[in-house]
Structure formats: structure tokens, C-alpha cells
Write a protein that binds this ligand. Sequence first.
Ligand SMILES: [Zn+2]
Length: 430
Amino acid sequence: MKRPLSAEQLAALYDESKEKLPKSERARWLDDRLAAQVSFAYEKAPAVKAKFDKAGVAPSDIKTVKDLEKLPVTTKDELVKLQAQDPPLGGFLAVPLNSLSRVYVSPGPIYDAWGDERVMAAVRGMVRSGWPKPGDVCLVANMYHMVPAGLFITDVLDMIGCTVVPAGIGQTELQVKLLKDLQVSAIFSFPSFVMTILQKAEEMGYDVKKDFNIKYVTGGGERHIQVLRKVFEEKYGLIVGDGYGTADLGTVAYDCGRGEGYHYDDNECVVEIVDPDTGKQVEPMEVGEVVVTLLSNVYPLVRFGTGDLASYVDETCACGRSSPRITKILGMVGEHVRVKGMFVHLRELDEAMSKFQNISKYQLVLKLEGHKDQVQLNVEADDVPDKNQFAEQISARCQDVFKLRMDDVQFLPKGTLPEDYKKFVDTRWG
Ligand SMILES: [Zn+2]
């Protein structure tokens, strides 16, 4: 168990004025720390040195966030390979392994080095949001083995001075009993499981608002949080904490409480949204990959690609904070194609097709005619009396959802597409 911090120590962790710096001052604050960070990382982490040397870049070449474009992005797949070549942490660790408080293991498998600084970052986030508070009874309904979920949250709550109920996943009825008997005030889990627990409580005859003491729930880690968030807030009167992070990096962006995107956490890291093909930073509201450089003395990843696609806004938020905000996570790199200058995400294609109950399979095929992109949609569908009319409806729906008209819609006999078919086929480069 980690020892609780005093009220003074907790307050000292968080400096709101830093988050509300005018934009130019914010940029300077970030650039200065980035420059120091890359020098440190180059010196201490052999994999970072190798990355710079291979690109022909010196640490002194990185003076601003924009300068990071000179370096390639390290993908998750590359990290897995580097860890296999140079176990356990691929040459990114800047401290002896046995000085880490935790080593987690994420699917990949990939080792995640967590020093106390990652825990402190999350404590700081909780001080920022004002929840939970010392003395709160917290149900942690997250996995407790391998991954940084349950145990990590427990470490954080210990430092705040909360009482933790390490419930783990499953046993929904028992979770409801714990909520009631222990008068739990905060639930830490993923939103869909929180919803399952609350619905189970209602099935068991409880009134969530009256019979329980729940005030706060978290909503990290799932993309449909914004839908559930409304239900948590409006139906159950709960405060919802939300952030964006990954197992490799910890939390990299946070919701200030307004539910209008995730502020880059300048204290912990440098966030870029970059074109996955070129590695160049994109403009606000353009789609790119979330790429992160940790401001870490323990695990100094430089330009690590999360594989998540997102867009961002750069206007000062109504909360007064000046860091840009990730608007939302749109999908995964690899689950998108770019055609006619547009991104199409698998999720959007799924969304467009979900309107047509009679379509069982669909596949977007990208071809080149001359130098022009051509988009063909293959579908397997039942009951199509008028193919031309239906093709027109499908094309209009695609335009509505992802701003792209189909050049051609082909109706395939059922069973033409094999079970393991790909929804995107790009023949333009082959
Ligand atoms: Zn804000």
C-alpha cells in the first residue's frame, strides 16, 4: 500500500495557472521542457539514441514541438519488436528495472514500465477534478492482473487517502451488494460495466439515487462514453470523470469537466496529432494519429504512436485552459483508408451500413483509374427489388456519414465474400 499524501502535499501537486497560460507562454513552457527531455532521453535511453542517430537528428535539433517532425514515429508494433530484441523494455528505460514500482504486461505482449511518476500524474488529475476526495469509499471494478487497471487505480487512491474495495470484474450482483453495504461513493471501472452494475441494482429493486451513496464514476477507456455519460449525469445525477490514455503511456489527456474533448496534459507529455503516412502534424479538425512524447525521467518514450486516430481543436476552452483538446478518438490506424483526400474509418463504414438491415456483408474497394481514385462498394444483400434505386440510397447514406459518394455499387451473390473477408480493399498501390 502506498501512503496517503497530506492535504498540503496534494494541493502542491497541482498548479492550475500553468494550464491557463496564454498560448504563447504555454508554447514556450512546453518547448523548453521538451528540449530538456529529449537531451535526457538521448543520454539515458539507448533506444532513443538509436532513433535519433538513425534519423541523423541531434537532440539539439529539437527545440520546439514542431521540430519533433524531424523524427520518425515509433509504432506499437516496433515497440513490441524492440522489446523482443532487447528485453524487457527495448532500451527505453532510463532507470534500473528494479527501481520501478510496477511492471505491467499489456496484450502484445508488451511490458509497461510504471514509475511513481505515472501514479503521481493520476493523483494530480484527481486533484484537478476534485474527485474522489480523501475518505471516499471507492469500488474498483477493474482487472487486477497484468494490465495497469485495478492495481494502478488502487495505488492512486491510496495516495489520495481513499478506502478501496478491490472488486475486480464480474459478479454483478455482489458488486451491487458492495455498493449498498459499504455505501460506496465512487466507482472506478469502464462505463459499460458501471452501467451493467447500475442496471442490475435496478433489477434487484433498488433506486440508485435513493438507496446508494454513489456520487462519482469514471469513464476512461471506451469510445461510447459520451452516450453513457449523459445517462450517468441525467438519470443518476453522477459526476463523470473522463480521460484519454494508454497502458504504455498512462493518462495523456483529460476532460476538464465540460465534456468537450480531452485537454493535452502538458504537465506529463507532449501530444501531437500527425498524418500517419507522413508523420507531419495536421491542422485542427484534420484527422491524424495521436503521437506522444513522455516528459518522463523513467520511461522517456519519444514520438510514440498510439495507433489511435483523432482530431483536435486549438481554441482556448471555456474553462480557461489553453492546451488543445482531442475532440474524440475516431478509430485505429489501419482501420482507415484515405481516398479522394478524405479519411474513411471502418467505424464510419459500419455506421453507414448499419442503416440497411438487409445488407449482410459490405466491402469498400479502392481502385485507380488513370490517376483518379475510384470507390466501389460491394454488398451482399437480401430482397433488393430495384438495384439502381437501392444503390442510390446506399450512396446517399455514405455521403451523409463520411462525405463520400460511391462511384459504383456492386451487388454480389450471397456467399461471394469469404468469412474472413476485409472490409477495406485498396488496390491502388499494388
Ligand atoms: Zn476545458
